[in-house]
Design a protein. Structure first.
Length: 102
């Protein structure tokens, strides 16, 4: 397990990498944030443990704080209202299972 300080950070993203990354990078954690999972509840200064060998991300918050944040969480507004992007957003599955539209 790696101990991360304020000078040694990890990048956690549900987007694509530009090729300019370095250090630990965790990618495609979809749809965790968009559906209100623990990643959506992270706030500035929170401590997160990343264990690459166990494939574990752990947000260090107690259940009371997680429930408080979850109660205040709102899903992001869908930007595309019509057209192909709107349809894709409505019907596509998580990228963790292939982002298929079946």
């Amino acid at each position: 397990m790696t101990s991360w300080s304020r000078w040694n950070r990890a990048c956690i993203t549900d987007g694509r990498f530009s090729g300019g990354t370095y250090g630990m990078v965790v990618g495609y954690i979809s749809p965790e944030a968009a559906v209100g999972g623990a990643i959506a509840l992270v706030a500035e200064g929170d401590q997160i443990t990343i264990d690459a060998q166990k494939q574990l991300l752990h947000l260090h918050l107690d259940d009371v704080e997680l429930q408080r944040r979850k109660a205040n969480w709102k899903a992001p507004e869908q930007k595309a209202k019509t057209g192909v992007l709107a349809k894709y957003a409505r019907v596509v599955s998580s990228s963790s299972v292939g982002a298929v539209t079946d």
